[in-house]
Design a protein around this ligand. Structure first.
Ligand code: 6PG
Length: 257
């Protein structure tokens, strides 16, 4: 892989999606081991969609499985679809099938967004309360995840923060229900200030179809940003982009640096 770093952003280019998943698994284990040297638990927000599925499968098997103190890991989600947990579109369902169901994880460590509720806004409020409880937050405070995995769509959305969404400007609430016009459905998503407070944000982007958007997201500093993924800049944490060769092919400018 080639790693290019700027003052705040690390870009790791992997040969293919398998190498990307292994790189992300290595980083997850490394961060868990580091945090648990001094802390008693590790809070991670998982992303949805297809890209992270291989990562979850890797973590469920040796050697990764045996290197993590799973009982100290707390699982959250960056966003969720308004479907039941067993539905094929469920982000929780994907992680549960590939990883959680295969490990001895205390149920209290799995913090699922109950987005199947009839009122998505109520699901968002309930999840916000769960975050406040877990992170022991006072009013106006935001949680700081030890690690946030995010993906990016070809339209530059991340989590369920889509272009033009009213959720993009939310700076007070931790979790919102948002109508996604292009999908004709509601989603429940964490908000930008929550993502920004993370100790580490790790984007995983795979596939040639995202290359052009990725190039714009990584190279353009125009204001206001064109894509939601550009809004996710950590206040003090690290930002890493893990991308595969197919997505990187549109980054030939960066490749030369
Ligand atoms: C979701 C994800 C979303 C995802 C991107 C990329 O709920 O769909 O949170 O933000 O990360 O859409 O999805 P793929 O990994 O399937 O390309």
């Amino acid at each position: 892989i080639r790693a290019m770093c700027s003052e705040a952003t690390q870009i790791h280019i992997f040969d293919d999606s398998e190498a990307l998943a292994r790189g992300a698994a290595d980083e997850f284990v490394r961060r868990v081991e580091s945090k648990l040297e001094s802390g008693d638990r590790f809070s991670v927000a998982l992303s949805g969609g297809s890209t992270p599925k291989r990562l979850y499968a890797l973590l469920a098997d040796p050697p990764y499985r045996d290197r993590v103190a799973w009982e100290k890991i707390h699982f959250f989600w960056g966003d969720e679809r308004t479907v039941p947990p067993g539905h094929p579109d469920s982000n929780f369902g994907a992680a549960d099938e590939a990883l959680l169901s295969k490990l001895e994880i205390p149920p209290v460590n799995v913090h699922r967004i109950r987005a199947e509720m009839s009122d998505p806004a109520e699901a968002a409020a309930e999840y916000e309360a769960e975050l406040r409880r877990h992170f022991k937050l006072g009013d106006g405070a935001f949680p700081s995840f030890d690690l946030v995995f995010l993906g990016m769509g070809a339209d530059g959305h991340t989590a369920s923060l889509f272009p033009g969404s009213d959720a993009l400007g939310e700076e007070r609430r931790l979790v919102v229900a948002t109508w996604v016009e292009k999908l004709g459905t509601h989603r429940v998503t964490l908000t930008c200030p929550v993502f920004r407070k993370a100790a580490c944000i790790l984007f995983m982007v795979s596939g040639a179809d995202k290359g052009e958007t990725l190039r714009y997201v990584l190279e353009d500093a125009a204001e206001p940003p064109r894509y939601p993924a550009q809004l996710i800049r950590p206040d003090a944490g690290e930002l890493s982009w893990y991308i595969d060769g197919a997505a990187a092919q549109a980054l030939e400018d960066l490749g030369g640096r």
